[in-house]
Ligand binder design. Structure first.
Ligand code: MTE
Ligand code: MO
Length: 550
């Protein structure tokens, strides 16, 4: 009889990784089918909330840097995908480690005890994962008991499987044939691992495939409540933009071809938040408690909030992490209730000075009452483009604060507490700007050489893009070609005084290699900072520059 060497740590790592891939696939299926926690994303999101802010920011900058320098597509979507892949990868890596641990411990215990070892490993890992998932406090319609039982069962099975696989790899099987001959089967380890890989691939394909299908159905059937809590799912035809022309439809200046759309479609609006999967809030049962330093604590339903006179406003929102020329900036039509008016009903006490606004994902920010009382545009937003907020964008409620970067504006609002002192919000704790006022920036979207035209014997090439200065709007944009004189561009009437402004400069064409630059002046007459500054901690500044050979 041939004896085999005990499987080493390499086999342990491989087995651990393969079993963990299966675990991730089944976890994904549970997530998609009924909203159970998905281990890959939860671990990553927990890391993001727990690690030091500098580490997290460094990680984000790396991801965004790679995406932009390699031109991997829309930054927000690609970054989310990268994070999801990293989250799943990290779990598989940890699983490989667990496999090594198991294969190191297994030879030290008797065969039967290996099952106990596996169960122990599973329960320990499952309990850790549970702590992580539950600490995220994601809204869920499932009872915690269901989540606990499912997670522990899943991990226990995973732990036990280590025992079975280990035994199969170390024990040669004995086959008794019908004629009484006994044959000892020597296991071919390579063959075995290939079979295990095949089984993993099958489970993963089923989990991912079925999970993907179920997810599509679930997303389209999440009821979002419209007026008076009536549950329904709006279609594209219900959107404001489907039935209405933009208010500046007959503006004299038209965007240079290739300039980004003036109104970002809901699908194309950038998305940035601390969640691999957005929290799904049940809007039909959701209420908004307003508590703390108030004489009349409130618990508002969506119908209560929608009973206030709706404010409609075209808003450009930008992430403070948007680099010069980046795509983490978008424009939509926001609808909501003036926060000042809503607060009047709660009657803040004399000590009241700030609101601590929290989201379903644990994100939070502080907003001063003074600012709210001075600016009726600050609103509790429930619609974008005339339909309830999309889940990714904060359904059922988010705040709008003019002139500030997105990091100050919580989505998925679940509570408002009135307090007497300011404190650092989620990203401020992690080293970002306390105020986060939008910097004036301008961007060249297009040098539309294909749309050139002739006038009086000269060929012109339309050049265009956006300029943005929060709620200060834009009073002037200038373009410079090849270090020449700064030339004034023409400004299209914006959608509102809180959106970006589309500019255009028709350049007298000359062939060759050219450098185009743009700079802007805000509505208060302040010029944008031309000095280059990175996004952290106060948002990027600098002149956007593109080179073209024409
Ligand atoms: N609850 C919650 N709100 C949040 C965030 C978050 O992570 N959680 N991210 C903020 C940041 S950094 C930005 S830029 C905006 C982005 O909003 P959008 O994804 O709808 O574009 O949401 C803000 N509100
Ligand atoms: Mo952001």
């Amino acid at each position: 009889m041939q004896t085999q060497k005990l499987p080493g740590w390499g086999s342990g790592a491989l087995v651990g990784a393969l079993l963990t891939i299966s675990l991730v696939a089944i976890s994904f299926l549970g997530h998609q089918a009924v909203g159970l926690p998905f281990v890959g994303f939860d671990f990553f999101d927990w890391l993001g909330r727990t690690l030091d802010g500098r580490v997290v920011t460094f990680g984000i900058d790396m991801i965004v840097g790679v995406i932009r320098s390699l031109n991997l597509g829309p930054t927000a979507t690609t970054a989310k995908l990268a994070e999801q892949i990293m989250g799943v990868g990290a779990i598989i890596g940890l699983g490989a480690g667990a496999g090594v641990l198991f294969f190191a411990l297994a030879p030290r215990v008797k065969t039967l005890r290996q099952d106990i070892l596996g169960i122990g490993l599973g329960i320990a890992a499952g309990a850790l994962m549970l702590l992580i998932s539950l600490s995220l406090n994601r809204p869920s319609t499932l009872s915690p008991l269901v989540i606990i039982v499912w997670t522990l069962l899943l991990f226990t099975a995973w732990g036990l499987a280590h025992g079975w696989v280990y035994r199969d790899m170390t024990n040669a099987g004995t086959i008794v044939h019908s004629d009484g001959k006994v044959e000892v089967e020597v296991l071919d380890r390579r063959q075995f691992l290939i079979r295990l890989g095949g089984a993993t691939a099958t489970i993963t394909a089923i989990g991912a495939g079925l999970g993907g299908l179920l997810g599509q159905r679930a997303a389209s059937s999440v009821p979002v409540n419209t007026v008076a809590g009536e549950a329904q799912t709006p279609g594209a035809g219900d959107r404001w933009s489907a039935a209405n022309a933009l208010p500046n439809a007959d503006a004299e200046i038209e965007a240079a071809p290739g300039t980004r759309p003036e109104l970002s479609s809901l699908e194309d609006h950038y998305r940035i938040d601390i969640n691999s999967v957005p929290p799904v809030v049940d809007g039909t049962t959701w209420t908004l408690p307003i508590t703390g330093l108030v004489e009349t604590p409130l618990n508002l339903t969506m119908a209560d909030i929608q009973a206030y006179e709706p404010l409609h406003r075209f808003v450009t929102l930008s992430c403070i992490s948007n680099g010069i020329g980046g795509d983490l900036i978008s424009t939509q039509r926001w609808t909501g209730a003036s926060l000042k008016r809503v607060l009047e009903a709660a009657r803040p006490t004399e000590d009241a000075a700030y609101l601590r606004i929290s989201g379903a994902d644990g994100f939070f920010e502080y907003v001063s009452l003074e600012m709210i009382n001075a600016d009726e545009r600050i609103m509790l937003t429930y619609y974008w483009d005339g339909v309830p907020l999309e889940i990714e964008h904060g359904y059922p409620l988010r705040i709008y604060i003019p002139d500030l970067y997105g990091m100050k504006q919580p989505k998925w609002i679940t509570s408002i507490e009135v307090v007497d002192a300011w404190d650092e919000g989620f990203w401020v704790v992690r080293g970002w700007d306390e105020v986060a006022r939008v910097n004036t920036t301008s961007v060249i979207d297009a040098v539309a050489a294909n749309s050139s035209y002739e006038r009086d014997g000269t060929t012109y090439v339309p050049i265009g893009g956006i300029a943005y200065a929060g709620a200060r709007s834009i009073s002037r944009v200038e373009v410079r070609v090849n270090d020449g004189e700064w030339q004034e561009a023409r400004l299209r009437t914006p959608l509102s005084d809180t959106t970006w402004v589309i500019w255009r400069y028709d350049w007298a064409f000359a062939s060759g290699e050219h450098t185009f630059e743009v700079r802007a002046v805000d509505g208060d007459g302040a010029a944008q900072r031309e000095e280059s500054r990175p996004v952290r901690p106060s948002g990027a500044t600098g002149v956007h520059r593109v080179r073209r050979t024409l």
